[in-house]
Design a protein around this ligand. Sequence first.
Ligand code: BGC
Length: 306
Amino acid sequence: MLALSLYGVFLILDMRAIHGQIEDEKIRESLGERPYIIMIGEVEDHAYWNLVRDGGKAYAEAHHMYLHYMGPENPNPNDQRDLLRQAIDIKPDGLIVQGISDTFIPLINEAIARGIPVVTVDSDQPDSDRISYVGTDNYAMGQAMARDVLSHVETIKAGVITGSETNDHHQLRLAGIESVLNESDQAEILSVAVSNIKRVNAREKTYQMLRDYPEINVLVGVSALDVIGMTEAMDVLGREDIYVVGFDTLKENLELLAKGRVDTLVSQQPYEMGMRSMDVIRTILDGHDVPEMIHTESRLVRDVTQ
Ligand code: BGC
């Protein structure tokens, strides 16, 4: 019975893949000379990834290219890798992929070996054969966040909510934070929990963390929706005495900054990442060299008018 229903699930997945492939072939035929680019992000529909996608699509429209954005329905590295697998088989003219872990390296290398230029976006795999990376310097910004905390809080007892335990760019941010805080005898990280880039998880994990460690006086959010969940948990517990710093200047996060609920945000340029990664692909297709690393602007924002 179980085997039968599993077979059904795989059949549906297979049919979807085939259907997707046929759709893609149809799109290709209608494109004529326009290069067909596939971008694979962390999720299909997400406030941050929609900006990356939109930047890429705007570039495609302006430069006579076509961009197909794909991402798993929910963040899941295995599903994301499956999409990469399917994308390679479609043999697009270029691939832009969030390189979240080294398990992506064999596929990235296979794409390159099959003549498909690959650019990583938002999260890099420098040990792969990818041609270029476009995104934030994640380690440096982790360090910048921690220095911000050091310069505003005297004795630090920190709780960290990170997007994921396995995504390399989140790990780089965390390593940057730890490298600075561990140097100081005034700072201690009491707990680290994972939100899986979901606001509801960030809220629940923060709530539990503040129950377990009421002495926490600094909360650090490593991915885009973490500060929202963190402040929601603080509201439930009536905690206003916590210094909050976190990633991304998405609209809701900026509102929290304006209200003084969040002290510092780290800005990234997701829209520009989409545009620049497409521009890199265009340049490669035109036969020109591209830089191996393009760090898009990222800085600390403490004032919404900045
Ligand atoms: C990261 C993205 C991630 C997003 C999730 C951002 O800070 O750069 O990789 O998908 O947060 O909320």
